[in-house]
Ligand binder design. Structure first.
Ligand SMILES: *Cc1c(COP(=O)(O)O)cnc(C)c1O
Length: 411
């Protein structure tokens, strides 16, 4: 009984029980945590008219989208498929922002026909848009302010070499196109990258956007993208959302006064809303010692959680099968035939074969980046809500791997 009390619990449910009930590897999401994060953001920006457009790509299970809808957010989609997922869940086209990069104009047209607002991120598409729609369809323009932010080159999207957005240095060109086609630009957007630490980076982006905004007459909103950092390990510096809220709101109110109209302030957080809610539960297949290292080899890998290898991301790990006793240093690795270190040199309670390890902060860019590499099956997903566990995605089966692969006659 006492051991039971010590178990890693979320909403009263023990993660080890969930691993037993559904098997591993298993993604588990704490729905209440998501709602708390939404509220936190709303509270921080309560002084202005703020709209949240959840970045669908972070975690796109339709039940997570449904929870966002329940929490009153809109969504940001980066592909026509994400738009369709959001509409499937019941989001109205006007609640969806479409922020594509390097997609065809056909796809942009499809989004317009669905009634979704498009955020244009290059000059050729802006001209196509003008030719096709003139001033009949409102749009947003994505600018790149060239601010360096973010913890990793791959997630810093504001720098000068970045493929994202229209360079702020090309603003004059944008304005000429807007004038030539009489474009109805109702929003301006910047997204400088993930892992933004402090209010100053946001404010720097804001100042540049405010300056540009003065050149557009019909704006209704300014969109500051996503990128709020969350804590990945104890002691991590995280975005002080209340400080950002206060400072950005003040700057925004001052700008609106100058602009002569109350605008809406939009954000598109992904990680901030869904990172901490997620746990990837994996089972220890083998504890393998080499002269240098003790490896814990688990039944998952970069096929299910790419972030450690792709972004050098740090994920806290816990042996939930053993919550007391001595600790030892381990390196947690996957079963993929590729170096797929999940966590290097970490202290864990002594690990035995069969022990369940919880990988934390696995909600954002976990399942959504998962693949079938090594012909492995993708995990099931569980949503915990109001003390109950819901299966929100079946574990894949071998039939799923074979699907769409017709066997052709090579004779
Ligand atoms: C990925 C993305 C986001 C979300 O970024 P986070 O770091 O998860 O907050 C927001 N806006 C756009 C346009 C994106 O591509």
């Amino acid at each position: 009984m006492e051991i039971k009390e010590q178990q890693f619990r979320i909403q009263g449910l023990a993660l080890s029980d969930l691993a037993q009930k559904y098997g591993t590897p298993l993604y588990v999401y704490d729905g209440e945590k998501i709602l708390q994060q939404v509220e936190k953001l709303k509270t921080a920006f309560s002084e202005v008219t703020m709209r949240i457009k959840y970045a669908t790509k972070a975690l796109s299970n339709i039940n997570i989208l449904k929870l966002m809808k329940k929490a009153g957010t809109g969504v940001d989609a980066v592909s026509i498929e994400e738009i369709k997922l959001c509409m499937h869940v019941g989001f109205q086209p006007q609640e969806i922002m479409y922020t594509p990069n390097c997609v065809s104009f056909e796809e942009i047209k499809e989004a317009v026909e669905l009634g979704v607002m498009v955020n244009i991120d290059n000059i050729p598409m802006l001209e196509h848009f003008g030719t096709e729609y003139g001033n009949t369809v409102p749009l947003c323009v994505r600018l790149n302010p060239h601010i360096l932010a973010g913890g990793n080159a791959k997630i810093s999207v504001g720098h000068i070499d970045s493929k994202f957005g229209i360079s702020i240095l090309q603003l004059k060109h944008v304005l000429r196109i807007v004038e030539a086609y009489n474009l109805n630009v109702i929003g301006l957007h910047v997204h400088t990258g993930s892992d933004i630490l402090d209010a100053e980076v946001f404010l720097k982006g804001a100042e540049i956007l405010f300056d540009a905004a003065k050149e557009f007459k019909d704006l209704r909103f300014l969109d500051f993208g996503g990128g709020f950092k969350v804590a990945y390990k104890i002691g991590d510096i995280t975005t002080d959302i209340h400080e950002i809220g206060k400072k950005v709101s003040n700057a925004f109110k001052t700008f609106c006064k100058e602009y002569g109209r109350e605008l809406e302030l939009w954000f598109e957080p992904g990680k901030f809303l869904v990172s901490e809610c997620g746990y990837l539960l994996v089972k220890t297949n083998v504890v393998k010692s080499t002269p240098a290292t003790t490896f814990v080899g688990v039944d998952s890998g970069l096929n299910h959680l790419l972030r450690p290898m792709m972004y050098d991301a740090y994920h806290d790990v816990v042996n939930i099968s053993k919550l007391d006793g001595p600790e030892r240093v381990y390196t947690l690795v996957g079963y993929i035939c590729e170096t797929d270190t999940i966590a290097a040199d970490r202290k864990l309670k002594e690990v035995k074969e069969g022990d369940i390890i919880a990988i934390k902060n696995a909600g954002a860019y976990g399942y959504s980046m998962a693949s079938n590499y090594n012909s492995r099956l993708r995990p099931a997903e569980i949503l915990l809500f109001r003390g109950k566990d819901f299966l929100i995605r079946e574990r894949e089966s071998f039939e799923d791997i074979l699907r769409n692969q017709p066997m052709v006659d090579l004779e």
